[in-house]
Design a protein around this ligand. Structure first.
Ligand SMILES: [Fe+2]
Length: 272
């Protein structure tokens, strides 16, 4: 393999997408200046249409979540007071995290460079956008928006084990180089974004990419998906495609298993 091919192998899926001419909003930006965090965040002047897009997305997704999303997600959404009434204020969410798992929220302008992203996670800061997809993108948007960031990601950040895992993830990712960067990105994909959890009552969803997607929420627990056991060494080797419904997913037994399994893997990989 020549040097160019070697470099291409180690780039992230989003970097690859950018090179392949994908939507420019999916190209990560490097943050040059500090972004507003916690108390510094202001509430944008959302239009009536933007507020109605939130209500529509919230109600449509919530209809599918009982019996599909895990109880930790549902409880978390309750703790954050998410409702169809109004786009949540990032500052209010930040206060709720701060008083529970000690996290805070930062407002970011879009998809950010992974070094900025990891550094925030390491400091227990969750970077969130504060703009919402347009009417024509209600079914699908490849770019990040507040519906994905808030509705998809935030409820689980109220869970102690998940929040602890995510902070460790940021720490490990800051140390990772070469192929370990790709392994961590793959791990993130199959847990934070597309994770399933096995419960006594049946298979449930916790990944933000499933919870916030109209297509994935219906597909993830269907017979079209092959569910594999949570084995970090297998997860990091799994190929995936960011632009289609996921045919293979991994199921954890508990959030403690996710936290512990990740801790052990990072030790072996020299990232702890
Ligand atoms: Fe995400």
């Amino acid at each position: 393999m020549n040097k160019k091919e070697e470099e291409k192998k180690n780039i992230s899926a989003y970097e690859k997408a950018a090179q392949d001419g994908i939507d420019p909003r999916c190209i990560p930006q490097k943050l040059e200046n500090p972004v507003p965090e916690h108390e510094e965040i202001i509430y944008p002047n959302y239009s009536a249409e933007e507020q109605s897009n939130w209500s529509f997305l919230y109600n449509r997704q919530m209809k599918f979540l009982p019996g599909r999303a895990c109880e930790e997600y549902i409880e978390g959404a309750g703790k954050l007071n998410l409702s169809d009434k109004k786009i949540p204020y990032l500052k209010d969410l930040s206060h709720i995290f701060h008083n529970s798992t000690g996290w805070k929220v930062a407002r970011v302008p879009g998809l950010i460079h992974e070094q900025n992203f990891f550094e925030m996670l390491r400091r227990k800061v969750f970077p969130s956008t504060d703009y919402i997809r347009g009417k024509e993108e209600l079914d699908y948007t490849p770019a990040p928006d507040l519906f994905h960031d808030i509705f998809g990601h935030m409820p689980l950040l109220t869970n102690k084990s998940f929040a602890s895992f995510y902070q460790m993830f940021g720490e490990a990712a800051m140390k990772a180089e070469g192929i370990n960067r790709k392994y961590l990105e793959t791990f993130h994909w199959f847990t934070v974004e597309f994770g399933l959890i096995r419960k006594p009552e049946g298979m449930r969803i916790y990944g933000a990419g499933i919870v916030s997607s109209h297509g994935e929420v219906q597909s993830a627990l269907s017979g079209n998906v092959e569910v594999k056991e949570f084995v970090p060494e297998n997860i990091i080797m799994q190929e995936y495609d960011v632009w289609h419904l996921q045919p293979i997913l991994f199921a954890i037994e508990s959030f403690e298993q996710l936290e512990q399994g990740f801790k052990e893997w990072t030790k072996k990989a020299g990232l702890a």
